[in-house]
Design a protein around this ligand. Sequence first.
Ligand code: HEM
Length: 401
Amino acid sequence: MTSVDAPEFPMPRAAGCPFDPPPGLRELQEETPLAPVRLPDGSTAWVVTRYADQRAVLADSRVSSDVTKPGYPSGTPGRVVGAGNIGFILMDDPEHARLRKMVTAPFMIKRVEQMRPAIQRIVDERIDTLLAGPNPADLVESFALPVPSLVICELLGVPYTDHDFFQHSSKNLISRSASPEERGAAFQKLHDYLDDLLIEKTERPQDDLLSTLTERVRNGELTRADAAGIGVLLLIAGHETTANMIALGTMALLENPEQLALIRDTGDPKVIAGAVEELLRYLNITHNGRRRVALADIEVAGQTIRAGEGVIMANDIGNRDPSVFDHPDRLDVTRDARRHVAFGFGVHQCLGQPLARVELQVVYGTLYRRIPTLALAADRDSIPFKHDAAVYGVHELPVRW
Ligand code: HEM
């Protein structure tokens, strides 16, 4: 891999265009679909920018998600100690598949649909609270974070009263500006917390996902450390991602009022479901790319990635590939965006996607209808975007109504 002039990755977004991927990625997609980039730890990796190439690599069993393998493209200047045991997201098959299967059932479409009325109730209650509180308010703190946190707490059996602790630790764990030590400490705290909960549930099992994991530990199918790792993964992935989609999606819609009106004024759940897919595509909040290391030589875009080299599928620009989506930089909630790669692709494709979809459908389908006067309560340029986090979004979103 020639890396002398390789650009740095992640790349900066253009000033004033907070919803668009970095222009540097667009240039690569047009001219160099497989390109070397320089990572924060000084190493180099390949970045793949075209949609079809990204799906091909993500479906290829000759790439690994194992962060401990030499050549894995690190997102931080140093290794985050301990974070290798964050559930099965950083493992390869067959162990990945074995562990994933243990928690698949509650996330299947049928089971998640049964949760829709409870999710609707949570959303309505949080809107009631928002409307009864001070105006203006921060939508992140008062609505976007609580909704998915309440839902995943219920599903896992985590007490919501601990939300300050787990939201804060998750934020530190995925922050790019925190040191590897700080991130490692955040992971350890979450791991210990989940481990304590598992001990509690071993003694007093309840009707929740963590209790099913204690059963598997008892049967010898799962170690306690793996069970706690899975708990950390589900707790973080279950609230942080959807929360960012709610707040960032709302900001994007407030900036595109004609699109917001299409969502607000429809009574058709299919229109809302389509809008959710388009917002997932357009915003692609997991903006640091899907990361893998090659286990064998593989051909991509007419070139060879050698065994041991890191490869990053930049799915934000993949979702803006003009050969797949017409006028890709346009937010169009009426388009069919279902082929997007916002949930990844291949064996690690998002386990929680049915849950995320229902949560977002209920939120987008309710919030703007119940608060039709919702507006930004701050200058657009003063909104703090999460350029420094592995999951993109806004740190706060002041709104009034
Ligand atoms: C809008 C919200 C969400 C987005 C955009 C999102 C995105 C993603 C992406 C891109 C991946 C693939 C990672 C990779 O290829 O390396 C992933 C994996 C995963 N997601 Fe999500 N996610 C969301 C919500 C959720 C929710 C609500 C849960 C529920 C717990 C969840 C649980 C997971 C898990 C467990 C994995 C790992 C799957 C595996 O390795 O087999 N996600 N997610």
